[in-house]
Write a protein that binds this ligand. Structure first.
Ligand SMILES: [Ca+2]
Length: 299
């Protein structure tokens, strides 16, 4: 009996130790993954500045309510530097793209012709992770992810001319003809003076009354805001007066297979300066940028 009781006790203790070890491994693995996402990949889960639930946006037909979905038609497939961890895209009137890329130690800004030729490449200091970018009539502003540091650049040479400080994270940036509009990963957008970068108003983005968090790259030409949502294959079209999402653009057909890190997501949106129904779309580490016509947009 004594020997049997000893064996039972031994087995019970052994099973207990194994269970504790497995639980420990799961906790460590979970922590490690979260840490990697927030420190190395860029555009990690952002702050919830309005206190509302900013869980990652996972759109599905069931959650859109009355908001219509717009389809796209690809008009052109253009070369894109596949080493570009795309964080900012703007489109210039002379038919060029303005590009900002992220990751510490390899963040850059440059002009890109539609044949894939880069010009005026500027490298960011290793301590900065490049984010959204926007051209104004007189300069270019570029965000950094967690440094609270906006870089002002010469409109022609892209050489740094000035800088400004902001609170919170920097994600997306666009220029609406009067103000810069900036995202920080939450559902809140801020409007900023294009000369001083100072915030002077803000906007909360909602879809069917719920805040839409993780708002990333932006475009705000043609009296609307079009936004990437981090890790979504869809873009949202926002009424700049109310913050309400008025439609969703399904760009899932463009998305390549996920790479190992899962970070090669759709990110980079710019309107055609002349045609409000035409967008330029690309992603992080994508080989192409697409010129697409969006069904019903701008009509
Ligand atoms: Ca943009």
């Amino acid at each position: 009996m004594g020997s049997r009781r000893f064996r039972l006790t031994f087995i019970t203790v052994l099973v207990g130790i194994i269970l504790i070890a497995v639980c420990g491994l799961i906790i460590v693995a979970s922590w490690s993954e979260r840490s990697h996402t927030s420190t190395a990949s860029g555009n990690g889960p952002g702050p919830s500045s309005d206190g509302a639930s900013d869980a990652p946006y996972r759109s599905s037909l069931a959650t859109r309510g009355a908001v219509p979905t717009r389809s796209i038609t690809v008009l052109d497939t253009l070369p894109w530097p596949q080493d570009a961890f795309t964080e900012g895209l703007d489109r210039l009137p002379q038919g060029q793209s303005l590009v900002s890329t992220g990751r510490y130690g390899s963040s850059e800004v440059y002009f890109l012709d539609d044949d894939g030729h880069r010009a005026h490449v500027q490298h960011l200091l290793r301590k900065y992770f490049g984010e959204g970018i926007a051209a104004t009539p007189t300069s270019v502003w570029q965000l950094t992810w967690k440094s609270g540091h906006a870089i002002r650049r010469d409109r022609q040479s892209l050489v740094e001319t000035d800088s400004a400080h902001y609170e919170g994270e920097g994600w997306g940036l666009c220029y609406d003809g009067h103000n810069l509009v900036m995202s920080d990963g939450s559902s809140r957008l801020t409007r900023r003076d294009p000369d001083t970068f100072q915030e002077h108003s803000s906007l909360s983005v909602t879809l069917d009354g719920r805040p839409v968090g993780n708002i990333n790259e932006l475009d705000c030409a043609h009296d609307r805001i079009v936004a990437n949502v981090w890790h979504s294959d869809e873009l949202i079209v926002i009424d700049p007066a109310s913050g309400r999402v008025t439609s969703v653009i399904d760009a899932s057909e463009l998305t390549p297979a996920r790479e190992a890190t899962g970070e090669n997501v759709l990110n980079g949106v710019a309107s055609d300066p002349e045609d409000p129904a035409v967008l330029y779309l690309t992603g992080k580490l994508w080989p192409y940028m697409y010129r697409v016509r969006v069904d019903g947009l701008g009509s």
